[in-house]
Ligand binder design. Structure first.
Ligand code: HXC
Length: 257
């Protein structure tokens, strides 16, 4: 595939997607969303990939949905074209996804990070939902995912005021899992992604499915998903290998099936 707005690369068992519209601080237009969805779906279909990293530039992970592209749209155009539909495909991949965030992650950029399973932040990272300053509201999941991530009151303050927060605050409220020096961001993302991707692929898919269920359902329904996912893994070669390796006091050699 020819990509115009992203760089795509496989390193070991990790698929890397780098947003690459530097002239617009990686603003997310229709082309970007389609390309990210296609790249992520291709990695997701490849059993040689056990983790995906999404990153941007030093200055911006992504400064939001493309305001210039959206500005003149009507309500019916936004609905008919399902303007943000490609992001639903991205959020639905089974493979664990890490967002490695440096610089601005605003509006749709913050929402893209929240579609990922883990957010690693450089100390230079800035998060926010500034849509209220534009006369709109977050439209790529931010109104729902931010509340689930940080709780109602923090999310309400950020969405209603448009206030930007730094990496330290984002870590304190639970939006990011870890803050690292900006110069170390890609190395840390590589280490974490390699670690995840070395695990058994079926158990990674199962883990992500249970995490998704926890976000989306009641405790009772979530526990039913967990019971199902846990049991199903006992038909995989990797479960037999993982437990045999433990018994034999050696590292496991997963076949990823
Ligand atoms: C289109 C954008 C953009 C965006 C930046 N640019 N953000 N273009 N959409 N979201 C462009 C600028 O127009 C400019 O291009 C170039 O990128 C560099 O940006 P500057 O503003 O000159 O950089 P700087 O002064 O360093 O300021 C950085 C910034 C600022 C603070 C991040 O760019 C900014 O506030 N951006 C918008 C942030 C935002 O409101 N995001 C939410 C978008 S709405 P030119 O060619 O003009 O020089 C959203 C909604 C999602 O995401 C859900 C749907 C409603």
């Amino acid at each position: 595939t020819e990509y115009e707005t992203i760089l795509v690369e496989q390193r070991g068992r990790v698929g890397w997607i780098t947003l690459n519209r530097p002239q617009a601080l990686n603003a997310l237009n229709g082309r970007v969303s389609e390309e990210v969805a296609v790249a992520a779906e291709a990695f997701d279909a490849d059993s040689g990939i056990g983790a995906i990293v999404v990153t941007g530039s030093e200055k911006a992970f992504a400064a939001g949905a493309d305001i210039k592209e959206m500005e003149s749209k009507t309500a019916s155009e936004m609905l008919e074209t399902d303007h943000f539909g490609a992001w639903t495909r991205f959020a639905a991949v089974r493979t664990p996804v890490i967002a490695a965030v440096s610089g601005y992650a605003l509006g749709g950029g913050c929402e893209l990070a929240m579609m990922c399973d883990i957010i690693l932040a450089a100390d230079s990272a800035r998060f926010g939902q500034p849509e209220i300053n534009l006369g709109v509201v977050p439209g790529m999941g931010g109104t729902q995912r931010l509340i689930r991530a940080v709780g109602y009151y923090k999310a309400a303050e950020l969405i209603l005021s448009g206030r930007m927060i730094d990496a330290a605050e984002a870590e304190r409220i639970g939006l990011v899992s870890r803050v690292v020096a900006a110069t170390e961001l890609l190395a840390e993302a590589t280490t974490l992604a390699d670690t995840i991707a070395s695990k058994s692929l079926p158990s990674l898919y199962a883990a992500k499915a249970t995490l998704d269920a926890a976000m989306e359902t009641s405790l009772e329904d979530g526990l039913a998903v967990e019971k199902q996912q846990f049991a199903a893994l006992f038909d995989t070669a990797d479960q037999k290998e993982g437990m045999a390796a433990f018994r034999e006091k050696r590292p496991p050699h997963f076949a990823h099936r």
